[in-house]
Design a protein around this ligand. Structure first.
Ligand SMILES: [Zn+2]
Length: 62
């Protein structure tokens, strides 16, 4: 997944504060200029809301 781009679907890693549910996928909506951080919008609702998470790029490269 070295060439991640806007619109790609990725598995959202579990984060103990921001994203506790496993097995969720989302779409990349933003990649930081330095390529270190991506913003992923989760496909699933969280408490009835659509949410986006900032994720370290290294944590979604598998
Ligand atoms: Zn989610």
């Amino acid at each position: 997944m070295a060439n991640l781009k806007i619109g790609d679907r990725v598995k959202i890693p579990v984060h103990k504060v921001f994203h506790q549910e496993s097995g969720h996928f989302g779409k990349v909506v933003y990649i930081s200029e330095d390529g270190e951080t991506v913003t992923v919008k989760c496909d699933r609702k969280h408490n009835g809301k659509t949410v986006a998470f900032n994720i370290a790029f290294s944590s979604i490269r598998e």
